[in-house]
Ligand binder design. Structure first.
Ligand code: GLU
Length: 289
């Protein structure tokens, strides 16, 4: 039998606050998908957007995952430790004239960037961003839960890879990281579904392989808002980790048997890995908490 490629997945929280129910939902889905495929589950801290980082969140997140029994493989990686790699790839794209400096501000811009700086040289002494040139490519990918997704990449115009404040944009960093870490399966929230075509466009430009994508629903509150660190929607009680796992398994529509309510985290996770069936979430973009 040919050597099968090992599944490498990851969870990549941003350190912008403690893990909330919504992020635990995504973490658990990505963990179960990796473990049920006998794969690796890596943990990466997406800490590039420094103004949004909140002190203490990294420790908080690591402790929470540990308490919930979501053990990751290898050492934790931090995007802030890959700045040289991002710059190297940017320099290559710049040399190939795939990107260009841009000093346009977002103010007054419509959703689609009109490409002003692509056609006008700018004074490089002025703070500037870098945008990648887009073309009429149509990106299609088969999401494991959301089905076939098709997006013309040009819809929003050339997009930013490095911001004017010198911060590497999420779209670009994530592509370089997934490549560096040989990630071949990405399980994340549907809120990032629209970002995926941009990432696939960059992967193609750089000659990287495209991972398999699975976008799981996001949890919304009664008013229909996404649970987030901003809404502080639900403080999770980590003193009762097995109750948290049991509840999130129910949200994931895994139907954990009632008698498992008293089980330990390990027992619950072992059961969940064995019975993991993400197809119950098919075509589902949101789940009410
Ligand atoms: N860091 C991103 C977030 O917390 C997730 C990145 C990804 O999964 O690609 O929303």
């Amino acid at each position: 039998m040919p050597d099968q490629q090992i599944y490498i997945g990851r969870f990549a929280p941003s350190p912008t606050g403690p893990l909330h129910l919504g992020s635990i939902f995504t973490a658990l889905a990505s963990y179960l998908q990796a473990r049920s495929c006998n794969g690796k589950w890596l943990l990466r801290i997406d800490d590039l957007d420094t103004p949004r980082n909140i002190k203490g969140s990294v420790d908080n997140i690591l402790r929470a995952l540990d308490t919930l029994g979501l053990n990751w493989d290898e050492s934790v990686s931090f995007q802030s430790q890959s700045l040289d790699s991002y710059q190297e790839v940017l320099d290559k794209l710049n040399k190939e004239e795939q990107i260009y400096p841009c000093r346009c501000s977002r103010k007054g811009q419509t959703a689609r960037y009109d490409g002003f700086c692509r056609h006008n040289h700018i004074n490089l002494e002025i703070p500037h961003a870098y945008r990648v040139k887009t073309d009429d490519t149509v990106i299609s990918f088969n999401d494991e839960l959301q089905g076939l997704m098709t997006y013309p990449i040009d819809e929003q115009g050339d997009f930013i890879l490095k911001r004017k404040d010198q911060i590497i944009a999420y779209q670009f960093a994530v592509v370089v990281d997934d490549q560096l870490q040989a990630v071949n399966h990405v399980v994340r929230g549907c809120d990032l579904l629209d970002s995926t075509p941009k990432q696939i466009y960059l992967q193609k430009l750089l000659g990287y392989k495209t991972p398999v994508y699975m976008h799981v629903p996001i949890i919304i509150d009664e008013e229909g808002f996404k649970l987030s660190k901003q809404t502080k929607a639900l403080a999770v009680d980590f003193k009762r980790p097995s109750e948290v796992i049991f509840y999130v398994l129910s949200l994931l529509k895994q139907n954990p048997p009632k008698e498992f309510q008293q089980a330990t985290v390990t027992e619950l996770l072992d059961w969940a890995i064995e019975h993991w069936s993400p197809m119950t979430l098919k075509n589902c973009k949101t789940i009410n908490n």
